[in-house]
Design a protein. Structure first.
Length: 193
């Protein structure tokens, strides 16, 4: 039996993977998601849990982590260094630029479907949306443009990801980071053929 194990930095991305993975994975491939409580918690798992799971026959692993304000290459190298040569199965590390919320900004139609008071046509032509992965603090950006959250001081990430997940279009997202993560999932699946 083949299992795709996905290790995440935060719980909110689990809502996304729970919806999109069944759309990508063949019926004979199952998945498990391991959400963590921040980078330090994820880094600890790279030294302990990932090596153990990688020894289970049929395992494949994807590790995701937010870039935040760091250099994405440095973040990826740190994760690979922590993992060392302890992963005994196929795996990919994907850095989410800059935060998970960039993936949401890459699909304005999904935001509009999840939050009907939001009108995507007001934002679609803006220069910011030519490269959503470069938007600084996308979670704060969402607070400014989604009417349901205008009076909030911080974005309720779990709630937001749960509301938008069913509407994300896997094939039409402006976030390069989102697209690279989807490609990594598809690539690791093809290694099973």
């Amino acid at each position: 039996m083949t299992i795709l194990h996905i290790f995440t930095e935060e719980p909110s991305i689990k809502n996304i993977f729970d919806v999109i993975l069944p759309k990508i994975l063949p019926d004979d491939i199952s998945f498990r998601i391991y959400p963590h409580q921040g980078k330090k918690d994820l880094e600890k798992a790279l030294k302990t849990t990932v090596p153990s799971i990688s020894k289970i026959p049929g395992s494949k692993i994807i590790i995701t982590c937010d870039q935040d304000k760091n250099d994405c290459k440095v973040v990826k190298l740190r994760l690979l260094d922590l993992l060392g040569n302890q992963c005994q199965c196929d795996f990919f590390v994907r850095i989410i630029c800059t935060e998970l919320e960039s993936w949401f900004l890459g699909d304005l139609q999904a935001i509009e479907k999840a939050f009907p008071r939001f009108k995507r046509h007001q934002y679609a032509g803006r220069i910011d949306f030519r490269d959503v992965d470069r938007i600084d603090k996308p979670s704060d950006y969402l607070l400014r443009i989604v009417p349901e959250y205008l009076k909030r001081e911080s974005l309720p990430k779990l709630e937001f990801s749960q509301k938008i997940a069913p509407y994300l279009d896997i094939e039409n997202n402006l976030s390069t980071s989102f697209n690279q993560t989807i490609q990594a999932i598809r690539k690791i699946i093809n290694k099973w053929d």
